[in-house]
Each structure stands twice: as C-alpha cells, then as structure tokens.
Design a protein around this ligand. Sequence first.
Ligand SMILES: Nc1ncnc2c1ncn2[C@@H]1O[C@H](COP(=O)(O)OP(=O)(O)OP(=O)(O)O)[C@@H](O)[C@H]1O
Ligand SMILES: [Mg+2]
Length: 282
Amino acid sequence: MPLIELDGVSFTYRGATEAALRNLSLSVDQGEFVGVIGPTGAGKSTLCWVIVGVAPQILQGRLEGRVRVKDLDPSQRPISEIAQVVALVQQDAEAQLLMTDVEKEIIFPLENLSLPREEIGRRLTRALELTNLASERLRHPFYLSGGQKQRVAVAAALAMEPEILILDEATSELDPIGAEEVHRLAGDLKSRGKTILMVEHNIDELAKHADRIVVLDKGEKVREGPTREILTDVGLLTGLGIYPPQVTQVSHRLASRGFPLHPLPLTLKEALQAFAAAGVRS
Ligand SMILES: Nc1ncnc2c1ncn2[C@@H]1O[C@H](COP(=O)(O)OP(=O)(O)OP(=O)(O)O)[C@@H](O)[C@H]1O
Ligand SMILES: [Mg+2]
C-alpha cells in the first residue's frame, strides 16, 4: 500500500478563479525519494499543503478527489495527528525558530504529544545525531549558520518520528554550503529508509538523490518518470524554464554538434565516463 496516495485531486483557494491543483494523481511508496519540480505557481507548495492537511484546513478552499496519507484523510483528521506521519519543512523554517536553544526547539513540539520523559530524551538524541547537531545542542539558534538553522528545523520535524518527510524548497534561502548540508542530510535520510518528497529547484541535487521526478505546471502533473528520464529531457525542462543539470546541458550541446553522448549524462561522474568513451581526453 502506498504511503501517500492522491487520486484526481483538485484544489481551488477560496476566492481564486483558477484551481491551484488540477486532477492530480500521485502515489509514493515507503522508502521512495520523489522530487517535485515545476515553474513558479505550478502548485508545488499547494501539493505539500494538501498532503499535510494545511489545505484546506488552514489555507481554505475547495478540495476535490481523494487524498490518503498512510490511510488517513488529511483534510478530515487533526493536523497534529497527520504531523506524526508526515512532517513538512519549508523554505523559511529557519526563520520560525522560537526557542533559546537547539534542544528546546526539538523538544517543544514533542511536549505537546505528552510523551514520557525518557521517550522525549531518546527522540532528542536521535534527531540531534541524524542532523549532526549534537555539539550545537545548547546553542541559541540565532548564532547558528543558515544551514545549521535549517537542520534544526529538520531535526524538530524528525523528532516527531514521521514516516514521511516533505521538504518544500528547504534550501532555497541558504548559501551553497548551507544548501549542501541539507541536501547531504536528505541523502542520508533516504539511505536510512525514510520516505522523502522534495520540492527543489536545484536540479543537480535532485539528480543525485531522487528515484523519481514529478513535473508540475499550472496545477497539473505534466510528466512523471525515473529521475534519469526526466532530468535528461532537455526540451521538456527548458520549455518550462527549468535548467537541466549542468553536465547534462553541456553534454546536450556537445551531442547536438555530433559528439556520441547518448544517453546524456546526469552527473559529473557519468559525464567523465561518457567523454572518455567518446574519446574526449580530460
Ligand atoms: N495562500 C494562498 N491563497 C491563494 N492562492 C494561493 C495561495 N498560495 C498559493 N496560491 C496560488 O496557487 C497557485 C499555486 O501556487 P503554489 O504556491 O502552490 O506554487 P509553487 O509551485 O509552490 O510556486 P513557487 O515555485 O513560487 O513556490 C498560484 O497561482 C498561487 O498564486
Ligand atoms: Mg512553493
């Protein structure tokens, strides 16, 4: 049984004339890493909000179709109940840190679950370890770097022990080093079997981690397929204003001038192998 299942889902914000999601179906299995891409306004965040129940419960509007997250209907159950199955980390999560130290930031949401002390302690230790923040546990978030702050937000989300983690442009406000930290963490969580849905404009990072890519445009799913198939489709991506991975772009240009580079490489490692096979010396 899929962990996330959407069947013919449309969502129209209250007062809006056009639907933000149109007849969207999607199924995500346990342990999958699914990337979501699309231009601004495509409905990527709306998709995340529908999965966690924020739309229509907080962001109001008309929801049609069927949404199930581990068999729960997120539009009908308390958001706090859904949050224990699926956690959402957004781009400005770091700006929402409220507490005076990292540890409190992670513990605070757990206290609302009325868990026993020892369980809170166990979850705290594990969240700090997963996000590599143990040495920062008593620091004030204010003094952390952007990447560290965003990792605190991920740690707080993970401490809820959700089966699914959704990252909605969680690195877009970070410098390259901070973004790299969060991407490394996402790759790490994947290797530990966590189910991840990642909305991301850094295509090179998605190329490294995602099993599958869903492409949204104007609220519709325009394509879905294995990462390689979607991210090497230079025509599809550029048509939507999305830059393919850098090595794919370069290889695409070389291929159009007659270099035998088929299939197009997706990562630097693949590109070097493909160039070597095509007789290009490094
Ligand atoms: N809270 C809201 N109230 C009303 N309309 C909204 C709201 N949030 C988004 N929309 C509209 O819904 C559509 C989809 O927006 P959404 O934010 O889901 O797109 P997105 O793909 O996440 O874009 P971006 O890349 O800019 O984050 C857009 O037309 C947007 O204007
Ligand atoms: Mg968005």
